[in-house]
Design a protein around this ligand. Structure first.
Ligand code: NIG
Ligand code: FE
Length: 418
């Protein structure tokens, strides 16, 4: 079965070069031919009309093997990729807003019984069916704003059994059709559970949790909350190295509240992505770049927590490679990547094309589509994941932080109306 998406407006494909400029765009008039799950070709619409002898009114075209979808000049962008989410948890932390307004820090809120520890107890209490339902609704929400693939961390179980359960739930969700695909990250090192001594917990991560996660075989990556007050540089390094030894890709949470040296460790280990990174010094950023480490900015976190925005000028000057992701979690209750783009474009002065690259082609380098196919780019042989913008200008997706900027999404070759 082929579907021809005819008469596209401007198409941002990110297929040609590494530079983020007009070479990444096709002008209006292209057609995307989708066959099964992948893009068979991108051609001029006129060529396709002749080849398939399409009538002027394509709604009159009837064929068993070929469908035609006239885009009528709507712009096209690749499917969006969210490289950092805490997808699966239960409960509610909205009381913490008032505590923050009273001046309580993230660490103080955790000591008061809120924070990650609170969500851990709510998540452990939730049934598997409740977590499946929450996960499904969240995936639908992400799809509504154009996400076609996302990374999902565990880290609200913090026992071997409950961490494995979260990985199983993510794997079940990944088999549901017409929702974004998921890749899982084991984040047993998200916090120290209240009922266990710190040293005993860290020991059990090595002796019990990680071996069980590797045997289960559902996680692609390992992540650690490397931050003063959570996991030290030494503890983080040990866990990451052990994960790598077991074949996992490495990810890190670094320098969210302070410069804890996480950037230098990320560079030394050559992790795939080091995220938050708000307080990372420039020297560490340059070392990360040289080591091929992505920086994952999570603008929803400063938005929700009332922190300041990153200063992009030195990053752009040194061409530091970065992605944008949602960091969906109980404090940052949004899976909208257009909203993340809007924050960076409208609050931090990021160019719209750089924002789009950060949630597509760049994000693809720090994630893996389960099919093994290219994603984040529109070209022959890539997975057929793309968004149809509700309008002629692709840039309008940067200016729609609430409603979906898309009229439709093609997800693994299937058209879904938004
Ligand atoms: O990336 N900082 C660590 N983890 C999450 C937040 C977790 C939570 O507060 O529940 C984050 O922001
Ligand atoms: Fe996070």
């Amino acid at each position: 079965m082929r579907t021809i998406y005819l008469n596209a407006g401007t198409m941002v494909h990110f297929a040609d070069t590494d530079s983020i400029d007009e070479k990444q765009l096709f002008g209006p008039g292209k057609a995307i031919i989708v066959e099964g799950q992948s893009i068979a070709n991108i051609l001029d619409s006129q060529e396709v009309i002749q080849e398939y002898t399409l009538p002027e009114d394509t709604s009159q075209f009837q064929h068993d093997e070929v469908h035609v979808h006239d885009l009528q000049g709507q712009a096209i962008v690749p499917g969006l990729i969210d490289g950092h989410t805490h997808l699966l948890w239960a409960g509610d932390r909205s009381k913490e807003v008032a505590w923050r307004q009273e001046g309580k820090s993230y660490a103080q809120i955790s000591e008061m019984g809120g924070g990650i520890g609170h969500t851990v107890s709510q998540t452990r209490k939730a049934s598997t069916d409740q977590l499946l339902e929450l996960g499904y609704l969240r995936l639908r929400d992400a799809l509504r704003t154009g996400t076609t693939h996302l990374e999902a961390k565990t880290g609200y179980g913090l026992t071997t059994e409950s961490e494995l359960r979260l990985l199983e739930i993510a794997a079940k969700l990944n088999h549901i059709e017409h929702t974004p695909t998921i890749e899982s990250t084991w984040m047993g090192a998200h916090d120290i559970p209240k009922e266990v001594h710190r040293d005993a917990y860290i020991e059990s991560l090595h002796s019990e949790q990680l071996p069980a996660v590797l045997e289960q075989g559902l996680a692609r990556s390992v992540d650690v909350f490397c931050e003063p007050g959570w996991f030290s540089l030494e503890e983080s390094e040990d866990i990451l190295r052990a994960g790598r030894q077991g074949g996992l890709a490495m990810r890190m949470h670094i320098d969210e509240f302070n410069d804890g040296g996480g950037g230098e460790l990320a560079a030394e280990l050559g992790v795939e992505t080091a995220d938050h990174a708000y307080h990372t010094p420039m020297k560490a950023r340059i070392n990360m770049k040289e080591a091929g480490v992505n920086t994952g900015f999570l603008p929803g976190t400063p938005y929700a927590m009332g922190d300041s925005w990153p200063d992009l000028a030195p990053l752009l000057e040194h061409e530091i490679p970065f992605t944008l992701a949602s960091d969906f979690n109980p404090n940052c209750y949004t899976l909208s990547l257009p909203f993340m783009c809007s924050l960076m474009v409208q609050r931090c002065g990021l160019h719209p094309l750089s924002a789009l690259a950060a949630v597509t082609v760049n994000a693809a380098r720090a994630t893996q589509h389960p099919s093994g196919m290219v994603h984040g780019q529109l070209m022959e042989g890539a997975v057929a994941n793309f968004n149809i913008v509700d309008g002629q200008n692709w840039e309008s997706m940067m200016l729609r932080p609430s409603s979906s900027p898309f009229s439709g999404t093609v997800l693994n070759g299937h058209y879904i109306s938004q």
